[in-house]
Unconditional design. Sequence first.
Length: 256
Amino acid sequence: MIRALATTFSISILFAAVGCTDDLTSVEQESHSWGGYHWARTSNPFTLDVGDNVTSAWDSYLNTTVSDWSQSTVLDMNKVAGGATGRRCKGTSGRVEVCNNTYGNNGWLGVASISISGSHITQGTVKLNDTYFNTSRYNTPAWRNLVSCQEVGHTIGLDHQDENFDNANLNTCMDYTSDPTSNQHPNAHDYDELKIIYAHTDSTTTVGQAVSFNGAGDSAAEWGQLMASSSNGRQEMYVKNFPFETVYTFVIWAEE
C-alpha cells in the first residue's frame, strides 16, 4: 500500500495522500456525492460550525478551508472554539471538529470521519497527522491546503472528482494528485455538486446539536471489518457498527 495520507468517514472517511482505484465503486466526475450522505436541515443556506482544535501551524489553512467551502450557495461554515478533547479528537454531534497531532508513522496524512443516521450526517471529525506534515515533503502550503480542504469536504458529503493519480489535475482539492499545487481549493463542480446534494430540505435538522461522540481510531485495528480494497492497495474501506452509529472508514494511503 502507499502509506501516508488517508481520509476517514465515522460513517468514517480516511483521506490518504496519494492514490485510489477502480475496484471500489468509482465516482465519475459528473457526480461526486458520497453515497447521498448529507446534513439534515430545514432551510438553505445552513450554517455548519467547525470546531478549531488545531495549533497555530494549521490556523491559516483551516481559515482558508472554512472560507472556501463557505463560498457555496447552500452552506456557510462558521469557525468556533474547538469542542474535541484529547488525541482521539472526539466528535460533537451537529458540527465538525478539526484536530491535529503527531499521530505517528501509521501511513495516513489525514482522516475525515462522519457519523450517520440513515442518510443524514450527524457529526464529523478531521484529523491531520503532523508526523508527516513536520517533514519537508509534506510541510508545504499546497499539501496542507489540499488535505484540510479535502477532509472537510468529505464531512459535508462530497467524494472525490477523480481517483486516478495519473490524470491531469482538475484544479480541485477533491482530486487525487501527486502534485497538489493546483489542487488546493474547491472548484465550480464542487459547488454545483453541493447544490445537488442539498437541493431538498428536511423536516428536521442534525445541525447544531451538542452531544459528544468517540472519534475515529488511528489504525486499521480500530476501523472494523475490511469491506473493499483497490487493486493497487491505495484505497480501502472498513465498516464498524456501534449501538447508535455506523462508522465507515475510507482509507487512501499515501507514499512515504
